[in-house]
Design a protein around this ligand. Structure first.
Ligand code: IMP
Ligand code: MG
Length: 183
């Protein structure tokens, strides 16, 4: 099955490790002497947040949110539902870094950032492993980008294909054959 659904491996494990190290270095430099609140956007960013946080050496806490903009399809619906949220008394004193697996239309992160700003966050930055800028429906520039990728549906390393395959250690592109078989 995995062979049938895989067109090619787009980001191999070694490249992910190199990307994660580079991003952690940038973050460590930018937040030196500060305290960071890392926000993992579940479920997709679980692997990336876990690996990135191991290399972040500034004092940090972790929070988790879960939002849904996709429903059960590969096209963004544009609306964001907050499925899991957190609150904290010191919200307005926090420097937040929202960590995402991928930016596609830009809806999820632009809405999340507005949400955090409206709640009075001291600062909000965003870090994404993957970015598909050609798919933007709303203007959005992340602060830290792992890799810019073309307009193809990818899965693995946290990213799901109909909720499956999140545990793969690499990011792969879905095959045309598989996508056609769904029609
Ligand atoms: P956006 O709101 O359209 O920017 O989409 C962001 C969310 O859509 C990501 O957090 C992913 O969960 C999901 N997503 C977008 N593109 C892909 C993909 O190629 N594979 C798997 N999930 C994706
Ligand atoms: Mg996601």
């Amino acid at each position: 099955m995995l062979d049938f659904i895989t067109k090619k491996i787009l980001v191999p494990q070694e490249e992910i490790e190199t990307i994660v190290s580079r991003l952690a270095e940038e973050i460590n430099r930018d937040y030196e002497g500060k305290k960071l609140v890392i926000v993992c956007v579940l479920k997709g960013s679980i692997m990336f947040t876990a690996d990135l946080s191991k290399k972040i050496n500034v004092v940090n806490e972790m929070e988790f949110v879960r939002v849904s903009t996709y429903g059960n399809s590969t096209e963004s619906s544009g609306e964001m539902k907050v499925l899991l949220d957190f609150d904290r008394e010191d919200f307005t004193e926090c420097d937040f870094l929202i960590v995402e697996d991928i930016i596609d239309s830009g809806n999820t992160l632009s809405r999340l950032v507005s949400n955090f700003k409206n709640r009075g966050a001291k600062s909000v930055k965003t870090c994404t492993l993957l970015d598909k800028p050609s798919r933007r429906k709303v203007e959005f520039e992340p602060d830290y980008v792992g890799k810019v990728i073309p307009d193809e549906f990818v899965f693995g390393y946290g990213l799901d294909l109909f909720e499956e395959y999140r545990g793969l250690p690499y990011v792969a592109v879905v095959s045309e054959e598989y996508l056609n078989s769904l029609k």
